[in-house]
Design a binder for this molecule. Sequence first.
Ligand code: PMP
Length: 347
Amino acid sequence: MNQARKCINSLKAYNPGLIRAKYKLDANESPYDLPVAYKDRILKRMRKIEFNRYPDPYARELREAVAKKNKVGPDNIFFGNGSDEIINYVLQAFCGPGGTVIIPVPTFEMYRIAGVINGNRVIEIPLDKDFDLDDKKIIACADKTRAKFIFIAFPNNPTGNCFSYEKILNIISSVAAFVVVDEAYLEFSGKTFLRHLKRHKNLIIFRTFSKLYSAAIRLGYMIADRKIIDTVNKVRLPYNINSFSQAAALELLKMGRYTAEKADIIVKEREKLYAALKGHYVIQKSDANFLFIKMKQNAGTCRKYFQKNGFSIRIFKSGHSRGWMRLTIGRPEENEAVLKILTRSVE
Ligand code: PMP
């Protein structure tokens, strides 16, 4: 007997793809592991942790550090076990069953999945032909449905571009819904809505450590008005950020010069790869650490071809990104290898 809730039946369990591949370019992680000396600093801090104790449920020290970095108050910061967890929490806190969530599509899949899990009504509004937002349609839809949330990834995943800043501002100032601007790829775009936070109380900003610092520690955060943070804290599981992640993040924040250097290399590599592929493929200009490229062959053929050559990349065989692939920027030698096989004909 199928005892799952009806909305759960329509979902598939998350498939992380290949865990091991010679060239792992499928999850928008940083291609740079931390140097051993930096890992040692983290381990030294971890050694001081009392392993028998629960973590600080408020992650106080880390909250101070992240608040200082963003020039906001500690009360404006909320941590999640990855920003994935925060998507779920904000919906739990503010959007009950049947509440409307609007997402432009294609976009990051977890917005829809979290909405479905929470019993929300998820309305998808297609991007225009340049992969930009249809702000008028989004505003009209939010109005008509009394939407509770609009999720906007900035830059967008999987298309890689930042949507028009003015259109997003127009949405934020026109709707009653909360507007989440998810800046997961901020380090590669350099563009943020942070300065609008004071004026627009419905604006929520998401960030993550996953794309440049460390995906291993599973740490994301939200910056928002204190009242929003206080409400979301009511649904947060008590010790959601473990002591090891808190310790690692505190050390990672001190490695600003190293991470900035890496971000710089990744952006330069992105531009190089984009320029080299432009003549061969329909490809989207990117503000993130990945490229969105139209496939010339069907998904199955492409997948086999990449796998055979030791590459794991994201191939979309259904949904709004059907016919496209997403390629994470790797180290220079990985990018050269991927360029070689992308400019060779698929057989
Ligand atoms: N937002 C966007 C737009 C993403 O692309 C991702 C990662 N794929 C996330 C959030 C999730 O980040 P985290 O690892 O912090 O859960």
